[in-house]
Design a binder for this molecule. Structure first.
Ligand code: UDP
Ligand code: MG
Length: 337
């Protein structure tokens, strides 16, 4: 029997820290010490959710050891390597904290920065993102692609962040439970959450060199990120009613085609000229067919979105808070005289 993911639907703790872990045996002990010191000095009640993403090294044994040593640690072991996004999604499902913080296991983020992130969070934000200063990574392979990606995502989503790629971030419970992740989408959570109407802030954080081991990613991640970016842009702009976008294009193109066709018809009827060999005729036909295609693609996309919303009970709105006085029809509530 497969173990079903446990999805917590109400927060009952102050803070959850989610850590994706893939072959990090050399980092786990230091991570435990630095994290425990940092979190205990903050003084909030917390839980750690360590997600072992199918590590082949001794991470399995070490995490189990930590879990028996410290009951605040929860460990989820994947059956195989599903990727960092899946690991974070598993952590989000299991998280019970009102605030959910994500951090890398390799200590490139400094756990002591969590306190400043939480302070910012308390000012009333839904997402607080770390912004790595003095990046230690190679300029051409990592930092320049990352600058371009950050600009693009910021521009298209309206959520302006300098460092989408920084794992050290804090999210409100509602945010992590509300976004659906796949691919390499974890870095786009603030963008995806922009739909929900989130308030987002940034806090500068330290960037350290990897403590032990090597990065799990190569240059080919850049391509995945670009494709994810396109998918996210599409999702965000066409989300609710794709037919509006495709339909508008269809109507415009189709109208131009129809006008050209009309012109040719009138031209043919009024003058005795042939129109069969005119390139304009081909253009008119092309545009009309294209218009019909656009509109029908829009309708199909619309139906797909409908299935998506209805089958998963996806809301089309998100509530920040609700206030209501007790109903006068409830028992024991006296009616005002
Ligand atoms: N990671 C993971 N699954 C993977 C790859 C990475 O859980 O398939 C974890 C990894 O253990 C680390 C974090 O994700 O805690 C970030 O990975 P890495 O440091 O290799 O990425 P980089 O810092 O180079 O972007
Ligand atoms: Mg790293």
């Amino acid at each position: 029997m497969a173990i079903q993911p446990e999805v917590i639907s109400r927060p009952d703790l102050e803070l959850s820290v989610v850590i994706p872990i893939y072959n990090e045996e050399g980092n786990i002990e230091t991570l435990y010490e630095e994290l425990t010191a940092a979190l205990e000095s903050i003084g909030r009640e917390y839980e750690i959710i360590a997600v072992n993403d199918g590590s082949q090294d001794r991470s399995y044994q070490m995490l189990n050891g930590l879990q028996t040593r410290d009951s605040r640690w929860h460990v989820i072991h994947f059956r195989r390597n599903f990727g960092q996004t899946a690991a974070m999604a598993a952590g989000f499902d299991a998280a019970r904290g009102e605030i959910v913080v994500t951090i890398d296991a390799d200590l490139q983020n400094d756990p002591r920065d969590i306190e400043r992130i939480l302070d910012k969070f308390e000012e009333g934000y839904d997402i607080v993102s770390g912004w790595r200063q003095n990046r230690k990574e190679p300029l051409f392979l990592r930092r320049i692609p990352s600058i371009i990606a950050n600009r693009l995502i910021s521009r298209t989503t309206g959520i302006r962040l300098h460092d989408y790629g920084c794992t050290l971030k804090a999210y409100h419970f509602d945010v992590v439970k509300g976004v659906q992740l796949y691919g390499e989408l974890h870095r786009f959570i603030p963008a995806l959450a922009s739909q929900m109407g989130v308030r987002v802030a940034e806090v500068p954080v330290k960037d350290r060199a990897r403590h032990w081991g090597s990065s799990k990613y190569g240059f080919n991640r850049t391509f995945k990120v670009i494709l994810d970016l396109i998918a996210v842009m599409f999702l965000l702009s066409y989300f609710n009613r794709p037919v509006y976008v495709f339909g508008a294009a269809g109507i415009m193109v189709g109208t131009v085609g129809a006008l050209l066709g009309l012109y040719l018809t009138v031209f043919k009827l009024l003058t005795e000229n042939k129109i069969g060999d005119r390139p304009l005729l081909q253009l008119a036909v092309l545009l009309m067919v294209l218009g019909v295609q656009f509109i029908s693609t829009g309708i199909v996309a619309d139906m797909i979105m409908r299935t998506y919303h209805e089958s998963q009970h996806k809301p089309i709105y998100f509530i920040r808070e609700r206030r209501r006085s007790a109903s006068r029809y409830e028992e024991n509530v006296p009616l005002p005289m």
